[in-house]
Design a protein around this ligand. Sequence first.
Ligand code: HEC
Length: 244
Amino acid sequence: MKHIAVFAMMVAGLLLSGLSGCDDGEIREENEVFVDDGYVVKMNGSLKNMEEWSDKYQIVVAAFAAQDSYPLLAKAVPVSERLQEFTFEGINPNCESIELCVLNLINKRVATLATIYNKSNEPNRKLADTICFKADDVDAGMFACIQNNIFTKRCAYCHGMGETPAAGLYLTEGDSYKSLVGVASSTIDSLKRVDPGHAENSVLYKVLTEYGDSCGWHYNHTRFFYGSAMSNLVKEWINQGVSQ
Ligand code: HEC
């Protein structure tokens, strides 16, 4: 009796290991094909206004580790009237996010145009799936970048979202451009908030880079930025003639 029971257990064990071996085999086969290759992103459509960027910047599809401003891997999106299809293969499967974004000359991300993939939203995505992204609705212009990445995120709650905007300046979407460009400053009499072509004479650029006893404002705006990547973006936009 004892022998039969042991034998039965052995057979069951063999069967079980055989079964799980089959399952493993299937997963392994998938992994063999895709783990080394990583994610694939296919982007369709055309990006609006991407020709506004000078060669100090690049629009890329890039993979990021958590909280990092420097990509693990990036591929430049070619500037063309009509971008039909852009494919980026071999993206590190351990990345936290894949973005359509703007990098500066030292490959630091200065603005996110769109998030294509975010691991925390899609923990179960399989490597075998190609990630498709439609670019048609993305405004890749400099001003849209500044609005979405700086004004809306860091400034609008004092400048326009409350009852009275600080310094009478609106930085909310739809209002910011006409509240800035060519408008006299309320803190420095002789200057404009934005003087097209002249960042050094524009109070918008000055508040982001200067603070001290001699400046015309009390609120220290320079604390919003670590490093100069974002204020340089504002400077470029003003010096290139304030595209809208
Ligand atoms: C916590 C509130 C607060 C936030 C956030 C804030 N500001 Fe201000 N800002 C002020 C105040 C208050 C003034 C009025 C001048 C002063 O400091 O006394 C001002 C003044 C300004 C001025 C001068 C306007 C003029 O007519 O001279 C500009 C330009 C400006 N802010 C831009 C920004 C930008 C860009 C951001 C985001 C990066 C920002 N501010 C975020 C409070 C804020």
